[in-house]
Design a binder for this molecule. Structure first.
Ligand SMILES: Cc1cc2nc3c(=O)[nH]c(=O)nc-3n(C[C@H](O)[C@H](O)[C@H](O)COP(=O)(O)OP(=O)(O)OC[C@H]3O[C@@H](n4cnc5c(N)ncnc54)[C@H](O)[C@@H]3O)c2cc1C
Ligand code: SF4
Length: 502
């Protein structure tokens, strides 16, 4: 029986992050572990309210009150089992999820402080490792059916694990040199150290999943060859087509890059250092890209922009500006606009924002300014207003507000335009919709029989928790298609959307 008064006795507390000067001198995760006493206290704040809206906030339907109570009573093994019943990779979501569950927590009504659900989650996930490692689960007798998973991000990995545990032979094809999708070379180590991915990959391999890296499906292996080898194909290729701004004068200057180019180069250097190999941060064509000593301007306000900010400080940038088209959001939920339990539009600050840099809101770049040699030396910005008219975004410049910011490195973190156009799609006769994503039928099949889709490739650029949820659900669709017995869990359907007021 949960403690109905715990939230009255204990305020919300999260562990202190590592001090800024210390953490920006390395690439390790910014959060230290919470410690058992703090986390059991915080789990005690969950009153098991009866109708747990947090379940609806979490796309995975994580059984949050159950594992909060198990942690409160120190029943760690049962908490580990309860969490893994709905989430294949809680060590990823516990570190990286923006926690829509917390926005939906009953304790958050009327400006209250929700339970630290995400923190409890990561502590349970880490306890699983400390208490004997991530033991492979016994797999049933082989079904004799085989599935190809294309893409090894959280969607592909979640599907692979579910299908292997149902007895199917699963091969994951990844064009990169390492498994993990965006978690590997997109998201920096200070948010997710890569040992967490390596541990899971070892677990999946021990459960029978075969991994083939360095294979660009559609180029190194044709879709026809893939279909001849496997009974079903899951496409989990992400939404990696970066949005650009080709119409802005100066876009082609040296020093103006896609944010992902910077992140991947930096993360590869960290990976090489972990293997004892010296490496320079370079673009695929060998051009150096590094923020050391540079004035950096990051354009965009989301996860990617915040990750670039953290990377720039660790590389030793001279100064960083982060530009956002929209006005600064309010500090607290606007109940009219986003009533509880929906996801509110509020100012979100990531640990990277504590580390320095200046955020500039309601501005747009008018020009990337040439230093006379073809290298960017500044960005010319202007204040703007943004409004929606007939569903279209109208950006208007406020006259007389133009100014320059120094810039020798400009990073475009202005979003993604869906999945990349690539030979694989043509070969499988799979088309992208106007959002650049691939539509799924109710059973997660694309328009091509036996070819399924999940994760960002289906949803558009989204979140890890949605990728895992879609991977699990698509695995259930594939299992049924292959004539599997007991249905697999399907936490979402292809039309599922976050909680919304309208
Ligand atoms: C910089 C950045 C930071 C982010 N931070 C967060 C965060 O803090 N929290 C959060 O919840 N979400 C975050 N996200 C979003 C999250 O990473 C994605 O939603 C998630 O990774 C999507 O998973 P996925 O499996 O669908 O695809 P991805 O992770 O994109 O993986 C797709 C994989 O498919 C491979 N692939 C593509 N085509 C082929 C092919 N033809 N053959 C073989 N392999 C192929 C790609 O190489 C890639 O490895 C972030 C995203 C970015 C870009
Ligand atoms: S996965 Fe995200 S939404 Fe679900 S319980 Fe964990 S932090 Fe909350």
């Amino acid at each position: 029986m949960p403690d109905p008064n715990g939230f009255l006795r204990y305020p919300r507390r999260v562990p202190a992050r590592r001090p800024v000067p210390v953490r920006i001198s390395d690439w390790r995760e910014v959060y230290p572990p919470a410690g058992e006493e703090l986390i059991r206290e915080q789990a005690t704040r969950c009153m098991d309210c009866g109708i747990p809206f947090c379940h609806d906030g979490c796309p995975l339907g994580n059984r949050i009150p159950d594992w909060n109570d198990l942690v409160r009573t120190g029943n760690w093994d049962a908490a580990v089992a309860s969490l893994h019943a709905t989430n294949n990779f809680p060590e990823f979501t516990g570190r990286l999820c923006p926690a829509p569950c917390e926005a939906a927590c009953v304790l958050g009504i009327a400006g209250g402080d929700p339970v630290t659900i995400k923190q409890v989650e990561v502590e349970i996930a880490d306890a699983a490792v400390e208490r004997g490692g991530l033991r492979p689960q016994p797999v049933p007798a082989p079904t004799g059916r085989s599935v190809a998973v294309v893409g090894s991000g959280p969607a592909g990995l979640a599907a692979a694990q579910q299908l292997a545990r149902a007895g199917h032979a699963v091969t994951v094809y990844e064009r990169d040199d390492a498994i993990g999708g965006l978690l590997r070379y997109g998201i920096p180590d200070f948010k997710l150290e890569k040992r967490h991915i390596d541990r899971r990959v070892a677990q999946l391999a021990a459960e029978g999943v075969e991994f083939r890296t360095g294979v660009n499906v559609g180029v190194d292996v044709t879709a026809e060859q893939l279909r001849a080898r496997h009974d079903a194909v899951l496409l989990a290729c992400g939404a990696l087509a970066g949005r650009d701004t080709p119409e802005t004068p100066g876009r082609r200057l040296r020093g103006v890059h896609q944010a992902m180019a910077h992140l991947v180069a930096a993360n590869r250097v960290v990976a090489a250092a972990g293997e004892g190999r010296p490496a320079l941060a370079v673009l695929p064509d060998g051009t150096p890209i590094d923020a050391a000593g540079r004035h950096v301007v990051i354009i965009g306000g989301g996860d990617t922009a915040a990750d670039c900010l953290g990377v720039a400080h660790r590389q030793g940038a001279a100064g960083v500006h982060q530009l956002d088209l929209y006005p600064q959001p309010p500090a607290a939920r606007d109940e009219e606009r986003d009533p509880w339990p929906t996801w509110p539009w509020i100012l979100r600050s990531y640990p990277a924002h504590e580390e320095g840099g200046e955020r500039v809101f309601a501005v747009a770049v008018q020009e990337f300014v040439d230093d006379g040699t073809g290298q960017v030396r500044a960005v010319r910005i202007a204040e703007v207003t943004v409004e929606k008219r007939d569903g279209r975004r109208i950006v208007s410049v406020v006259p007389g507000t133009e100014r320059e910011l120094p810039a020798d490195l400009v990073l475009l973190a202005i979003g993604f335009e869906g999945t990349e156009e690539q030979p694989l799609l043509t070969q499988l006769r799979v088309t992208r919709n106007p959002r650049g994503a691939v539509d799924a039928r109710p059973d997660w099949q694309t328009g091509t029989d036996g070819v399924f889709v999940a994760g960002d490739m289906h949803r558009g650029a989204s979140l890890i928790v949605w990728a895992i949820a879609e991977g699990r659900a698509a695995a259930a669709g594939i299992h049924a298609y292959l004539g599997g017995g007991t249905p697999l869990p399907a936490p979402v359907d292809p039309g599922a959307q976050p909680l919304a007021a309208r």
